[in-house]
Ligand binder design. Structure first.
Ligand code: ZN
Length: 384
């Protein structure tokens, strides 16, 4: 079939089916290397719906005229991009006599912050620190729209979610790694293959082979003569904000996350990620068993909502101490707990990769909004 005929057929299929379903679900054949030109040629010729946010371009302008939310620029990235936060609900000032670590040493967590004296729970959302995992960016920009207008960017009424949001103080960092997201040209991985995730996520070496996991974490910052395409895991200085140096942060993004957490003392904090499998709440490593138990309960509540809405969900984690041959790393969510006492966890959404978990762009947004609903309700319940 010539190129024009092929385009005609694609256009016809696109008319007959919603854009998000107009694709085969067969896995793509695997490859062991990919050039930038090849990666770009694999990007589907489709227009993404307006509710889908896969870019940081125009993000600051979108939040310039908020009526209910407050926009703050937390930092500037190595690529010169603003790290934005939108807050809803006013800050309640409570007693604060010690940093969290010292308060724990003094056997009085409230010495760090009298969280129980606050009327509203404080919830921190950190959007994709892995720039290509834009499912969380889409979710959070929709959440901001819901808090502003009661509707998501599809125009769907979301009054229940807004009502829950109004009972909390929400701190929303929609894009956790703007440099990485700016580098992500497909704007969505839904309908693409595992190799597209590897290319855009972890990047390539100069011989065009994939950096891949775990090798992509064995060189950090990801700079040097052997780096080909810099994956969207990294900011423009090659730093993966999930694995920064917590005691002396290398990147402005993670330093800003820790500062917000320290100053606001969130009750709950999430780092939003995505992977090829079913949506899942991960065990918060290096946190006390009580925190793990609390996040496990939240995971059950979140999965119950996803199940009700016929959306996919993964398995429940087991509570356990650290250890073993390959112990967990002390990554961003661990650091957030140790700086603020927040119940802190990683959520992995589905990208909707071909041949794996088949989800549409709309379902991805519904997964995100269901998670947020479960989080808000979980913390509101504790205040009652
Ligand atoms: Zn990730």
């Amino acid at each position: 079939m010539n190129r024009h005929a092929l385009k005609g057929t694609i256009a016809l299929v696109a008319i007959l089916l919603p854009a998000t379903l107009a694709q085969s679900d067969k896995p793509l054949p695997r490859v062991d290397h990919m050039t930038s030109a090849q990666a770009k040629a694999r990007i589907p010729d489709r227009s993404l719906p307006d509710f889908w946010i896969g870019d940081v371009k125009g993000l600051a302008a979108r939040f310039e005229h908020l009526e209910r939310g407050n926009l703050t620029i937390l930092a500037t990235t190595p690529g010169g991009r603003p790290l934005l936060m939108v807050a809803f609900g006013s800050k309640e000032t409570v007693a604060h006599h010690a940093n969290f670590n010292s308060a724990i040493g003094g056997q009085k967590p409230a010495a760090y912050m009298e969280k129980a004296a606050r009327k509203k729970p404080v919830i921190l959302f950190i959007g994709p620190v892995h720039g290509h995992e834009v499912e969380g960016l889409t979710g959070l920009v929709n959440l901001i729209q819901i808090m502003e207008t009661g509707k998501d960017l599809r125009g769907h009424q979301q009054e229940r979610l807004r009502r829950l949001g109004d009972q909390c103080r929400l701190l929303i960092i929609p894009a956790g790694n703007p440099d990485g997201t700016a580098r992500f040209e497909p704007r969505a991985l839904q309908g693409l293959g595992d190799d597209d995730v590897r290319f855009w996520g972890q990047g390539t070496w100069t011989d065009d082979t994939f950096c891949d996991w775990p090798q992509c974490k064995q060189q950090h910052p990801m700079v040097g003569d052997n780096v080909g395409f810099l994956g969207c895991y990294f900011n423009d200085a090659g730093i993966n904000p999930m694995h920064d140096e917590w005691f002396a942060p290398m990147g402005p993004e993670s330093a800003a996350f820790l500062k917000v957490a320290r100053e606001e003392g969130p009750d709950l904090a999430v780092s939003l990620h995505s992977h090829e499998s079913k949506p899942a709440v991960y065990r918060p490593a290096y946190t006390p068993v009580e925190i793990q138990q609390d996040i496990r309960s939240l995971a059950q509540e979140c999965y119950a909502l996803l199940s009700q809405r016929q959306l996919p969900f993964g398995g429940l984690f087991e509570i356990r101490p650290e250890g073993g041959k390959n112990p967990e790393s002390f990554h961003l969510t661990s650091a957030l707990y140790h700086g603020s006492g927040a119940g802190s966890f990683t959520f992995e959404c589905s990208h909707g990769i071909r041949g794996n978990v088949a989800v549409t762009l709309e379902q991805i947004l519904d997964i995100q909004l269901s998670l947020y609903e479960a989080m808000l309700q979980h913390e509101i319940n504790k205040k009652q």
